[in-house]
Design a protein around this ligand. Structure first.
Ligand code: PLP
Length: 459
C-alpha cells in the first residue's frame, strides 16, 4: 500500500486489534481491493476469508453528512455494525449513538469519554431490566410507541426523556419496520395523555422510513406527520424539543434524501430556531461502502443435471424427453456451468442476503494462480456457495465469472459493512470472518484516531 496507510502491526488503541495496511495477500489501493501475493497453503490463516475496513470511508461519509445535513445531528445506529474502530472514530468526530440493547449501550460507554446524553435507546419495546439499567447508566433518552412501555418506564426510569416513535410510510424501503413499530397518529393523543398522567417527560418524536429507502421523498410526509405530533403534544401540555428523523439513508440517494429533509424541515418547522434539536439514526450510510470482504475458493464442482435427483433413486428412470430438447437447450444455456464454494456464506457475513435482502456481486481478486487478472476474460455462468452443509447457503445463484477460476483463487465483495458481520453466526463450526483495518489514503482519519487515543474527547 501507499505510505499514508497504517503500517502492519501499528497499535492505536492497546485493547483493540492493530491497524494493518492490508492482509499479506490482499491490499486496498485507492479504495480498490487488490491481490498482491498469493496465499501459501502452509500459512495457517492464509486462506481465511476476511473483511478489509477502510476507516477513511467512514470519515468521508461523516463529512458528507455534515455538508448536506448541517442541522441534523447523527446518532450512529450501532446495530448496523458495532465495530470498535467505527464506534471510536465516530465518537471522536462528535456523533451520538442509537443503541438497541443494554450491551450496545455498554459497548459505547465502555469506550470512555462518551457522555450518556449522546445515546438514544431507540428500541420502543424494552425489557424492564434494560430500562432500569439504562437509568443506572444515565441514559435518559428512549423511544416508546405503546402504553405498556409507559407503565414500565414510569416504574423503572421516571426521569427518562421520552420520544414517541410514530408510524410513517415505509413501503419504499428494503426492510420495512411499520409492521412491528410506530404508533399510528390517531393513537398518539391518548398515548401522550397517558404519559402526562404518569408524570413522564415526553420530549419529542421519532420515525423510521425503513432501512434501505429507495424513494427518499417519503421523508417529506414523515416530517409532516412529526409536525402534527408536535401540535398534538401542545394540546396535552408538552413543549417538544426533539425531532428524530431515524435512519434509512442510502449512499447513492443521500443527497436527494438530504434535500427532501431540509426542505420539509424548513417548511414544517420554520419556527424551530434554537428551540428544537434535530437528530437522525443513520446506520447503513456510514459503513456499507467502508467494508469489503475477500473470500477464498475452497472447492469447485460441476452442477448436477436437472434430473439428478430422480437419477439418484433406485427406481427405474424414465428416458430423457428428447422431444423437448429445444426447450432444454435453452434452459441449459441459462444454467450455471460451475459451482464455486467459498469460505464465508449466508450463515456468516452473507446473512445480509437473508436478513437484509441484498443481492451479491462477486468479482475476481486473484485467478489461475496469479493476481494479474487478464482482461478481457472468457466468462461463464457460475453459482457461488458458502461453506456450510446447508443448501440454503448460496451466495449467488447465477453470476458471470472467468472460466479459468479455480480452487485457491480469491473473490472480492464490495459494500459489505452494513448488517453483515454483526449478525454472522458460527453455524457448522465456521469462524466469523475477521476485520483487517486500514486508514485508506486519508491521513485525517489517522490523526483523529491518534488524537483521540492521546487526548480523549478534547477533539
Ligand atoms: N434506527 C432504528 C430504530 C433502526 O431499527 C435501524 C435499523 O434497523 C436504524 C436506525 C438504522 O437504519 P439504517 O441502517 O437504514 O440507517
Amino acid at each position: 500500500g501507499s505510505e499514508s496507510h497504517a503500517q502492519a502491526g501499528d497499535t492505536i488503541f492497546p485493547s483493540l486489534p492493530p491497524l494493518y495496511s492490508g492482509h499479506p495477500d490482499i491490499h486496498l489501493r485507492n479504495g480498490i481491493m487488490e491481490a498482491t501475493r498469493l496465499a501459501a497453503d502452509h500459512e495457517p490463516d492464509a486462506e481465511k476469508a476476511f473483511f478489509v475496513a477502510d476507516l477513511s470511508q467512514v470519515y468521508n461519509q461523516h463529512m458528507r453528512w455534515k455538508a448536506c445535513l448541517p442541522e441534523v445531528h447523527p446518532f450512529y445506529a450501532v446495530k448496523c455494525n458495532p465495530d470498535p474502530y467505527v464506534i471510536r472514530l465516530l465518537a471522536a468526530l462528535g456523533a451520538g449513538f442509537d443503541c438497541a440493547s443494554l450491551n450496545e449501550i455498554s459497548q459505547v460507554l465502555d469506550v470512555g469519554g462518551i457522555d450518556s446524553s449522546r445515546i438514544i435507546f431507540a428500541n420502543p419495546c424494552k425489557a424492564v431490566s434494560f430500562i432500569r439499567n439504562a437509568a443506572n447508566k444515565g441514559v435518559d433518552m428512549m423511544t416508546f410507541d405503546n402504553a405498556d412501555e409507559l407503565y414500565k418506564i414510569a416504574r423503572a426510569h421516571p426521569r427518562a426523556k421520552l420520544v414517541v416513535r410514530i408510524l410513517t410510510d415505509d413501503s419504499k424501503s428494503l426492510c420495512a419496520f411499520g409492521i412491528k413499530f410506530g404508533a399510528p397518529l390517531h393513537v398518539v393523543p391518548s398515548l401522550l395523555a397517558k404519559a402526562k398522567e404518569l408524570n413522564l417527560d415526553v420530549v419529542g418524536v421519532s420515525f423510521h422510513v425503513g432501512s434501505g429507502c429507495y424513494d427518499p421523498s417519503v421523508y417529506t410526509d414523515a416530517i409532516m406527520r412529526a409536525r402534527k405530533v408536535f401540535d398534538m403534544a401542545k394540546e396535552v401540555g408538552y413543549d417538544f424539543t426533539l425531532l428524530d428523523v431515524g435512519g434509512g439513508f442510502e449512499d447513492a440517494l443521500f443527497e436527494k434524501a438530504a434535500m427532501y429533509l431540509n426542505e420539509a424541515i424548513g417548511s414544517y418547522f420554520a419556527d424551530r430556531k434554537e428551540k428544537i434539536k434535530i437528530i437522525a439514526e443513520p446506520g447503513r450510510f456510514y459503513v456499507s461502502k467502508a467494508f469489503k470482504l475477500a473470500a477464498h475458493i475452497i472447492a469447485r464442482r460441476a452442477p448436477l443435471p436437472d434430473n439428478a435427483n430422480a437419477a439418484a433413486t433406485d427406481a427405474p428412470q424414465p428416458a430423457p424427453l428428447k422431444e423437448t430438447g429445444a426447450a432444454n437447450a435453452e434452459e441449459d444455456a441459462d444454467a450455471p456451468k460451475v459451482m464455486y464454494y467459498i469460505n464465508d456464506g449466508v450463515y456468516g457475513a452473507f446473512n445480509c442476503i437473508l436478513f437484509d435482502h441484498q443481492i451479491i456481486h462477486p468479482y475476481v481478486l486473484s485467478m489461475g494462480g496469479s493476481f494479474h487478472v487478464p482482461s478481457p476474460q472468457t466468462k461463464h455462468l457460475a453459482s457461488v456457495w458458502g461453506p456450510t452443509c446447508d443448501s440454503i447457503d448460496c451466495v449467488s445463484p447465477k453470476t458471470m465469472l472467468p472460466a479459468a477460476l479455480e480452487v485457491g483463487d480469491w473473490l472480492g465483495f464490495d459494500n459489505m459493512g452494513a448488517y453483515t458481520v454483526c449478525a454472522a453466526s458460527r453455524f457448522n463450526g465456521f469462524e466469523v470472518s475477521k476485520v483487517v483495518y486500514t486508514c485508506g489514503g486519508a491521513g485525517e482519519v489517522r490523526e483523529v484516531l491518534e488524537g483521540f487515543a492521546r487526548e480523549g474527547f478534547g477533539l
